[in-house]
Design a protein around this ligand. Structure first.
Ligand code: NAP
Length: 332
C-alpha cells in the first residue's frame, strides 16, 4: 500500500497520539455562512481527508447549528479510532440563529452532551472555548472544563480568539494545551504575541483560515461575487478598493510559488503556515477534490530568503491590510 501524502505530525499535549499538521476544517460543511452545503459531498470530503493521512478534524456546534458536528459524527462512525476530533464550546444561539457568547458552566454542561451525541462518541480529543466571554468569570469556565477532563469526556483543552491575558487567566484554573487564532499570509497579527507565547508554553497552534477564506486559493477574480448567506459578503478584504490590492498580491504570490518552487499558491499558503512554528493548518474544504490538493504542500520548505521575498510582495501590494475582526460575535 502506498503511503498517504500527509506525513507531518505534531503531538498536542493530552492527546493519545500525534495528529497530522493539516487538519480538516468543517465550518463550510455546516452550510451556515457559506451559502449552504451538500451533505453527501461533505461526508465524502471527510473520508477523502482520512485517506490522505489527515487525522484531525475541527468542527463546532455553531457551524450549521449542530449540522457540521452531525455530519462529522456520521462520517466517522466506524472510523473513530483513526482520527482526533477537535470541537468547541461557548457560543449560544436562539431560534433566530444569531450566535452570542456564553461560556457559563450551565451552557458548557449542555453543550458537551449535545456535541458527544451529535459526534457519536463518548469523548472529545480537543475541546476549545470558541470565543472569550467576559460576562462569565474565567475561573468558572476553566474549572467546568477541567472537570470534563477529569470525567474523561475531554482529553485536552484549547481556546480560540483569546488574548494572552485571557490565556494566562484560563491557565490558572485548567491546563491549556492548544490555541486557535486566525493565521494566514494576509492575517498575521498572532505572530507578535500568540506565536511566541505558544512556543514558550508548549501549545499547539491550530491556525484557522489558512487560505484566507478562499482568497489564497488563487481562484478569485475582481468579478467574483458572494451570496447574502456568505460571510465573505461582510469581509472588508473582499470590498473595493482593498479587494484589488489583495488580488494583486495573489497574482504576485502565484508567480513566486510557480517560479521558485513549481507549486500552486494554495500549496505555498499552507506550506508557509506550517513553516512558521508549532502550527496545524485547518484547511476548510467541502468537496473531496478541494482537499486532494494537500499532497502539494508536503515534503518541501520555504527558506529565510523565500519568506523575505514573500513579505516584500505583501508590503508592496497591500498598503492598508485589514484583519478578520469582522467575524467576532456579539459580546467581548
Ligand atoms: P480557509 O480554509 O481559509 O478557506 C476555505 C476556502 O478555501 C473555501 O472558500 C474554499 O472554496 C476554498 N478552498 C479550499 N480548498 C480549495 C482548493 N483545493 N481549491 C480552491 N479553493 C479551495 O477558511 P475557513 O473555512 O474559514 O477556515 C478553515 C477552518 O478553520 C474552518 O472550517 C473552521 O474549522 C476553522 N475556523 C475557526 C474559526 C474560529 O473562530 N475558531 C473561525 C474560522 C474558521 P469554496 O468557497 O469554493 O468552497
Amino acid at each position: 500500500m502506498t503511503q498517504a501524502p500527509v506525513t507531518e505530525t505534531i503531538q498536542i499535549r493530552g492527546l493519545r497520539q500525534p495528529v497530522s499538521r493539516i487538519a480538516l476544517g468543517t465550518w463550510a460543511i455546516g452550510g451556515w455562512m457559506w451559502g449552504g452545503a451538500d451533505d453527501r459531498n461533505a461526508i465524502a470530503t471527510i473520508h477523502e481527508a482520512l485517506d490522505l493521512g489527515i487525522t484531525l478534524v475541527d468542527t463546532a456546534p455553531v457551524y450549521g447549528f449542530g449540522h457540521s458536528e452531525e455530519i462529522v459524527g456520521q462520517a466517522l462512525a466506524g472510523r473513530r479510532d483513526r482520527v482526533a476530533i477537535a470541537t468547541k464550546v461557548g457560543l449560544d444561539w436562539k431560534d433566530d440563529h444569531k450566535p452570542f457568547r456564553n461560556s457559563s458552566p450551565a451552557r458548557i454542561r449542555k453543550e458537551i452532551e449535545d456535541s458527544l451525541r451529535r459526534l457519536r462518541t463518548d469523548y472529545i480529543d480537543l475541546y476549545q472555548v470558541h470565543w472569550p466571554d467576559s460576562a462569565v468569570p474565567m475561573e468558572e469556565t476553566a474549572r467546568t472544563l477541567e472537570a470534563l477532563v477529569r470525567e474523561g469526556k475531554v482529553l485536552a483543552l484549547g481556546v480560540s480568539n483569546f488574548s494572552i491575558a485571557q490565556m494566562e487567566a484560563f491557565g490558572q484554573f485548567a491546563p491549556l494545551c492548544a490555541v486557535q487564532p486566525p493565521y494566514n499570509l494576509f492575517e498575521r497579527a498572532m505572530e507578535h504575541d500568540i506565536l511566541p507565547y505558544a512556543r514558550q508554553h508548549d501549545l499547539a497552534i491550530l491556525a484557522y483560515g489558512p487560505l484566507c477564506r478562499g482568497l489564497l486559493s488563487g481562484k478569485m477574480t475582481a468579478e467574483t461575487k458572494f451570496g447574502a448567506d456568505d460571510l465573505r459578503s461582510a469581509d472588508p478584504k473582499f470590498q473595493s478598493p482593498r479587494f484589488a490590492h489583495y488580488l494583486q498580491a495573489v497574482r504576485e504570490l502565484q508567480d513566486f510559488a510557480r517560479e521558485k518552487h513549481g507549486k500552486s499558491l494554495l500549496a505555498l499558503a499552507i506550506r508557509w503556515v506550517l513553516d512558521q512554528g508549532p502550527t496545524i493548518a485547518l484547511w476548510g474544504a467541502r468537496r473531496p477534490d478541494q482537499i486532494a490538493a494537500v499532497a502539494d504542500a508536503m515534503g518541501w520548505h520555504l527558506s529565510a530568503d523565500d519568506r523575505r521575498e514573500i513579505d516584500a510582495i505583501l508590503a508592496r501590494c497591500i498598503p492598508d491590510p485589514v484583519g478578520p475582526g469582522f467575524m467576532a460575535p456579539p459580546g467581548a
